[in-house]
Design a protein around this ligand. Sequence first.
Ligand code: OKP
Ligand code: ZN
Length: 344
Amino acid sequence: MKAVYSPLHIGHVGGMELNRGALVPCFETPERADIILNAYREAGLGPIVEPEDYGEGPLRAVHEEAYLTFLKTIWERWVAAGRSGFALPFAIPGRSLRTDVLPEGVDGALGHFCFDVGTPIVEGTWQAAYGAAQAALTAADLLAGERAAFALCRPPGHHAGRSVYGGYSFLNNAAIAAEHLRARGHGRVAILDVDYHHGNGTQDIFWERGDVLYASIHADPATDFPYFLGYADEEGAGAGRGTTLNIPLPHGTGWDDGWGDALQRALDSIQAFGPGALVVSLGVDTWDGDPISGFKLTDKHFPLIGHAIAKLGLPTLFVFEGGYAVAEVGRNVVGVLDGFTTGR
Ligand code: OKP
Ligand code: ZN
């Protein structure tokens, strides 16, 4: 299996996030990608290639133009306003405030396009997000000749909606790849999201789409980020009615007491959907030692995930999402990919 990796991710670094009442260094660090890169190389899983440049067209297929313009220009606007450090919003339009106005200044713009206070923007953020999206697109096109590919994306993407960022995500790499697979004629596309957190952005983007299934296993939003989406009663709307499947699980869930069965349920729904290709939002923050998560998967379960996915027999694109136990993310990602390769 080939891996696609953009070195541009290293410019997205140095921000702080609000965590349990304190500003702390971001959990989402450049080392995460480098550790996976090394683990992938050491495991001999396959070649590592740099992305092709598809430009902004495929990004526009998923995100609104005004949102992309904001992401591209916000850092220079921030600096022009005399700011330094990192950009975070401090007012976000909640109930009774207008979401339809785009204020002129940087603070208003940040609040307009953002939904949390955990996703700082620095000088290299746009380039990093752009590189990650290009990696996902490049890996998607590898499925023309290969059974599977791995996009080593950083920053992650599944919390980014059509015109909103948050949850460490700016461009929705998995959604951009899924849309690209549709355009390339792969038939219906299924997205399986195994990250600890619900992919609210991906669900938002494909909510009314009957040709793209979104199935996610995640921590119950009643207790966990992103809190306001990912409940079991959300099933899609319009042409997309029935093509969203949310399987929220309580804190502390392990493989034997729920996660393994949830995976089988999600895989069954994907099989019933009859897709021509599968995109996996691959988060490994389900590991029991993850510093910001609460599931209890252990090392041996990650190959089982890969094995079970392989049994679908679909062209499969793995897109990296979360995983914050820095030393272990490499082993667990490799575990899934290796389980996929040896399992079929
Ligand atoms: C991104 B991905 C820590 C609390 C959680 C947001 C988590 C984003 C996870 N400050 N903050 O889905 O792994
Ligand atoms: Zn996550």
